[in-house]
Design a protein around this ligand. Structure first.
Ligand code: NAI
Length: 213
């Protein structure tokens, strides 16, 4: 199935389903109705059914969903049925924090290396990996089968580094730099701006304070 036919809003909800189903699976729960899933996730049962209908339904009417099957299928749709090799470019505060966050590996994101242009960092090791100089990047991407790069460098540097990554064969960029990258359409870019989420929070605070909540 071509996921491009599915709305981004539905795709955006899949990771949350995946997370909840993973927890249910870990608790040993084998089957769940859309109503029970709705109660846990605070999403209407009809929304859940509509979302799942995009992928053929996944369940049998009146019988509920098989938790493990649903978990595996959503994981497959999200591309999590295979592992991804990633590198981090920019070993500053954010890059190091992400590198130290081990939980990604449970989902099959294998952290393979971290790069920086600052020679003062080259002796430093993070999770037992040395911070590498940028002139090793292209060869490393090619030889280690790296498919995802995480960009945690200043925005003034990000466009040029992204071009180098594309040239080296990267497939996706998780971009934390506050700039739009100019890459070919076959390269997938996911921009992350924590401040967007914070602004949503302040919007909701002020809406509530104005009695509209
Ligand atoms: P930082 O200054 O601690 O680290 C940046 C690192 O990038 C430094 O080690 C620097 O040597 C390295 N660097 C600079 N140019 C490079 C290049 N061309 N190639 C390789 N390495 C290079 O900064 P911090 O706090 O880690 O933030 C990194 C970036 O992420 C900044 O642009 C910041 O605005 C952004 N950021 C984005 C957030 C978001 O939600 N999207 C949240 C926090 C930071």
């Amino acid at each position: 199935m071509d996921n491009r036919e599915i709305s981004q809003a539905v795709i955006g909800r899949l990771p949350r389903y995946f997370r909840y189903l993973g927890e249910l699976k870990d608790e040993g729960i084998e089957r769940i109705s859309s109503q029970e899933l709705s109660d846990i996730m605070k999403v209407t049962a009809s929304q859940i059914r509509q979302d799942f209908n995009n992928f053929g339904g996944f369940g049998q009417q009146g019988y509920g969903y098989k938790v493990e099957y649903l978990y595996e299928e959503i994981g497959r749709i999200l591309g999590l049925n295979k592992s991804h090799h990633l590198i981090i470019i920019g070993a500053g505060n954010l890059g190091q924090a992400l590198a130290n966050y081990m939980n990604f590996e449970r989902r099959g994101f294998l952290f393979k290396g971290i790069f920086d242009k600052n020679p003062a960092l080259y002796g430093t090791r993070i999770r037992n990996m040395r911070i590498r100089p940028m002139d090793e990047m292209e060869t490393f991407v090619r030889e280690s089968g790296i498919d995802i790069a995480v960009l945690t460098i200043p925005k003034t540097e990000a466009v040029a580094v992204a071009e180098r990554l594309v040239e080296a064969g990267i497939r996706g960029i998780w971009n934390f730099a506050h700039v739009d990258l100019n890459v070919p359409e076959e390269i997938q870019v996911e921009n992350v701006h924590l401040s967007d989420s914070l602004m949503k929070l302040t919007y909701n605070i002020s809406r509530f304070e104005n009695g509209e909540g």
